[in-house]
Design a binder for this molecule. Sequence first.
Ligand code: ASP
Length: 576
Amino acid sequence: MYRSHTNGALRIEDVNKEVTLAGWVQKTRELGAMTFVDLRDRYGITQLVFGEEHLKIAKELGREDVIQVTGKVIERESKNKNIPTGEIEITVASITVLNKSKTPPFTIEDETDGGEELRMQYRYLDLRRNPLQNALKLRHKLSIEVRKYLDSIDFFEIETPYLIKSTPEGARDFVVPSRMNEGQFYALPQSPQTFKQLLMVSGYDRYYQIVRCFRDEDLRADRQPEFTQIDCEMAFVDQEDILNTFEGMVDYLFKKVKGMEIEAFPRMDYATAIEKYGSDKPDIRFGMTFNYINEETQNKGFNVFDQAESVIAIVAEDCSTYTRKELDKLVDFVKRPQVGAKGLIYVKCNEDGTFKSSVDKFYNQDDLKTWADKCNAKAGDLILVLSGDKAATQNQMNVLRLHLGDELGLRNPNVYAPLWVYDFPLLEWDEETGRYHAMHHPFTSPKKEDLALLDTDPGKVRANAYDLVLNGTEIGGGSIRIHDRAVQSRMFDLLGFSKEEAQAQFGFLMNAFEYGAPPHGGIALGFDRLCALFGGQETIRDFIAFPKNNNGRDVMIDSPSPIANEQLDELNIKLS
Ligand code: ASP
């Protein structure tokens, strides 16, 4: 027996027990002839006391050595209220060093001294730290609760293959050469999309999988080339059924994992989201919605506004006291190339009822009052205005709004505000290729009432597609699918596939649609992101045991890396 208890188990009630513990040496302290050692494992820390008889061996103990001790539980003289085992300690009778450790390259503590790259290289040591252990514990708990919830409403967990053929979800595929089929390649799934639809054709009715997906995208901060989705599909459902089912899941997860009730779960159509927030994933933890003040600002000689397609204002409550310096900072912020605004106009609604703006030359007090009225700004507020091309201005204002939300502390990570956004456009025009792309994916069905537009104005067609948004982050998306061969083939047409290409790539799906495909739809939730949000963190990396770095590399195992010539030969791959 290596241990009778873990290092998180012993309490004052255990005093006088003879116990055996094992774990890692977190810290040693000498105090006269005695040595105190913090012994750590996944469950906690227990203090060990070595007397004079062990002086030599105790002195030699180094950080992260793996030891086993036997001894008696006694009450501590100076108690540590911060840890559950803080009332007791162990007087050690015997010790065995199970394995010595080299001095770790960084401290294994909540706040470590190791840099990002070093910790990635020694990920197995970083994973010993509490913040990472807590993150993976939360991930485990979430996955268990997801399974419980979906199981309770008759979902089957079904695995789908990883070696498949490309499924377009808008990214590049990772490909795997086939040794036995010379010159041919598998693709790793960007998602199990077509398989889950086929499972509906097969009558499984409710499917889910917590599944790895692979997308070879240009890396942005906090994107992983492989990531995990909670992937779901249901038959004989409409959009309402899906929204209700997964709203139920989110409520359940908050209750079970965080002990929290979600108070409201609003829904907003895409057009409204863009109009009011300039974003298809609005953070609704705070207001500051857009006001369009074109009418109020025209024909006063201010060319910038006169010529703008849109003049958009937001109100920062109680910010009329902003100093020149603070305002200049905001101006600089919106002028950065990442935001791209040409300038920023402000109006201070002074406490005494007067206004002070950066365009006083053009607008008098009465004019400015009409702006304030339109925006519902009150005395003490600050109005900020951007103008220009509508879509661009909405975009810029979205960035400014979120920035102010951060600055003013309106984006509290302990507040959770989920939201459904629905009625996304079906297609999106791509300037580069000069054709339409599916905004969600090519299997998404157009809204019935917009079908006629497919021929006349495809860009206007709305889809039965929805996103689940939490605190301004998209955590899931899905759609009601096309289940009719003719519509699906029309869709491939629109997306610029020739009949032959569509048949070669998706013939299997369209053929399946001819054998009794039920109406169906589904959703996938980004599991890593969900974990991070539940953990109140920005980055998903800590919630993945062995993530890749920002260049898509695993610096611990050093991958990707070249392969041996024999392997290349077997695969018939010639590197030029
Ligand atoms: N396969 C989609 C995605 O990965 C989700 C879905 O439509 O169910 O975003």
